[in-house]
Ligand binder design. Structure first.
Ligand SMILES: [Zn+2]
Length: 238
């Protein structure tokens, strides 16, 4: 009987939690309060409901906040350092977000109202810099490693590229003509290196001098040409 009693209580608690979750989702409209407070970003996010005091049993609405996956991670992994995100900070941003939503300012669109925001530019930069690092590694390793491993790296790069294109599209209208051109050129250049290395790789199975020289030329050019371009973009986008 005791077991049944506990399980009924547990069920009731679960039901109560589900109701509170729904309430928070409805109230926040799946907007992350840290994205909103820190980056002026009111886009809908994939996220989770965080227990601000880290006690999963405490489901009072004041203890809950919808956070995007990145911010949830950042909040949970905070240390005692004064620079990390504080509970009161989250609560303050959360209340501002609720007010903002209640006043009807939220646009239904997934696109931020002012796409020129720096946080979007930052995102473009971080994608470009990941692509740069991955392709740089790809270029460096290609001659030495087997083709099967490289085809996996190549697949991952392909995915990242596919993600970057719509992200860039979202912000392109707010970029200056020069910056737009520079990003496009850099992006095309990176993909071109990837293609050229894959082309050279087919020959590298034979490990002949010509193939080695061809690969070496691509590697050197990659380091000399693309690194300064990335630096310039960093200065413009961050
Ligand atoms: Zn966030």
């Amino acid at each position: 009987m005791v077991v049944t009693g506990i399980s009924i209580m547990a069920k009731a608690q679960r039901k109560k939690n589900l109701m509170t979750d729904e309430y928070i989702l409805e109230k926040s409209k799946r907007r992350c309060c840290l994205c909103f407070g820190l980056n002026y970003d009111s886009m809908r996010k994939r996220g989770q409901i965080a227990h601000l005091d880290r006690d999963p049993a405490n489901s009072r609405p004041d203890n809950l906040a919808f956070l995007c996956l990145d911010h949830h991670d950042e909040y949970d992994s905070r240390t005692s350092q004064s620079k990390s995100i504080q509970t009161n900070e989250v609560k303050a941003y959360r209340d501002q977000l609720y007010q903002y939503i209640e006043s009807g300012k939220l646009s239904d669109s997934e696109i931020p109202e002012k796409p020129g925001k720096k946080n979007g530019y930052n995102e473009i930069y971080s994608y470009l810099s990941c692509l740069y690092n991955d392709i740089g590694l790809f270029v460096k390793q290609y001659y030495d490693s087997e083709n099967s491993r490289n085809s996996q790296v190549s697949k991952a790069l392909h995915e990242r590229t596919k993600e970057f294109v719509p992200l860039f599209g979202k912000y392109e209208l707010s970029l200056s003509k020069e910056l737009y051109a520079e990003i496009t050129t850099f992006f095309d250049l990176l993909l071109d290196y990837k293609k050229r290395v894959e082309g050279a790789g087919a020959v590298s199975i034979n490990r002949d001098v010509t193939a080695y020289k061809r690969w070496l030329a691509i590697n050197t050019e990659f380091c000399e040409t693309s690194a300064p371009m990335l630096e310039r973009l960093k200065a413009a986008l961050q």
